[in-house]
Design a protein around this ligand. Structure first.
Ligand code: AHR
Length: 378
């Protein structure tokens, strides 16, 4: 890859970001997994000068493949498996990519080391799904100094802007939507008191921070009783172990459980079953989850999870399009949000209205899950 044009890539990315208004200008994808591809297609047209520059970029390695290092979070959830599959199938040899994949096993130090190894290997691009949102500026400066563009997917990096593009979820909106749904659902069902137990994701990850921030706004604004909040680290085992302890400590005192991903919800379900707590449609406890993976939506269809707020893991095609666009000398968006629907078990409410993280008043449909929805899920 053309390290010598890295400066112009960063300049182009910066220019797009500045023109777009620094964070408020994000594009929203309309369909799963194709966000940057649309951006890429429109941005490559007027790049004759850059295209000349890329002539010496296509001879990136001896085999003609572009080398990409991907530092993945780990393998903690169904969502993560879908994310890994998406990136591995898009960044394939057939698509001109030699992908080096590292599973960082939810260890931030290992993830920094993986990125440094990619820099030492002088890969053409680095893709990072950051376990936590801070602690990145030094290593991203090292990548920049080495002339290696960094693409960030899914979770955000919040203490450095030394990456060319980010594609992922608006986690705060996911939490706000969950709060807005719970408020409207409780009103519709005549439930006046909400006593809530929360199982959060990996502490310090932007997925955890955003969902917590959004949902807690509703807790505070409505005076709901948040009895306890502990991390389940986005795993089924974590969700089960926290819920087992909740069932012992707060027996008969709660009527809402919110899990920050489906795998935690699966663990919480096992723990509630074992403790004789009824949950879901017609149960004593309203169960809320995030991700909306196939197994999660299967539980929504069965009425075991009341509402599931999607987090879209299919960023592989976006990564490929960003790389192809940069290779062609085009410009890419600094940030792109994935489109994410909200799923429910019952036909109680057609939609929810709330003020999103960008300060816009929005009304969004609720999708009642049927078999076709499950069949189409990731
Ligand atoms: O960063 C996305 C989150 O990480 C997903 O909600 C969760 O399932 C995964 O582990």
């Amino acid at each position: 890859m053309k390290k010598k044009v890295f400066a112009s890539i960063m300049a182009a990315a910066l220019a797009v970001s500045m023109l777009a208004g620094c964070g408020s200008s994000s594009q929203t994808t309309e369909d799963t997994g194709s966000a940057a591809s649309e951006t890429a297609a429109t941005d490559t047209a007027d790049t004759s000068e850059a295209a000349d520059t890329t002539a010496d970029a296509s001879d990136s390695s001896d085999d003609g493949l572009i080398t990409v290092g991907f530092a993945q979070v780990g393998h903690e959830s169904d969502w993560r498996t879908a994310s890994t599959n998406s990136v591995q199938s898009a960044l394939s040899e057939e698509n001109g990519i030699d992908l080096q994949f590292v599973d960082c096993d939810n260890d931030s130090a290992a993830q920094l080391e993986a990125v440094r190894n990619f820099i030492s290997q002088d890969v053409d691009y680095i893709v990072i799904d950051p376990i936590v949102s801070t602690g990145w500026d030094t290593v991203l400066t090292e990548a920049e100094d080495a002339g290696i563009p960094v693409i960030v997917i899914d979770r955000t990096i919040d203490d450095s802007d030394k990456y060319v593009s980010w594609v992922g979820s608006e986690f705060t909106n996911e939490g706000l939507a969950a709060g807005a749904w719970l408020k409207a659902y409780a009103e519709a069902k005549g439930i006046d008191e909400l006593n809530i137990l929360e199982i959060t994701g990996t502490t310090g990850s932007s997925a955890e921070i955003g969902r917590t921030t959004g949902f807690h706004k509703y807790v505070e604004d409505n005076g709901w009783n948040l009895i306890d909040s502990q991390t389940g680290d986005f795993t089924q085992e974590g969700g089960q172990s926290v819920m087992e302890s909740y069932c012992k400590s707060y027996d008969g005192q709660f009527n809402v459980v919110i899990c920050q991903n489906d795998n935690e919800a699966f663990g919480a379900i096992d723990a509630m079953k074992a403790a004789g707590v009824s949950y879901g449609v017609g149960g004593d406890v309203i169960l809320i989850s995030f991700d909306a993976c196939k197994a999660g939506l299967t539980d929504v269809l069965a009425g075991q999870i009341n509402a599931d707020f999607q987090c879209n893991p299919l960023q592989g095609p976006d990564c490929l399009n960003i790389i192809k666009t940069l290779e062609a000398g085009g410009e890419v968006e600094k940030q792109t949000f994935m489109a994410e629907p909200w799923y429910v078990a019952e036909d109680t409410l057609p939609n929810i209205s709330y003020t999103n993280n960008a300060g816009e008043d929005v009304t969004e449909d609720l999708i009642v899950v049927d078999q076709a929805v499950v069949d189409g899920a990731y």
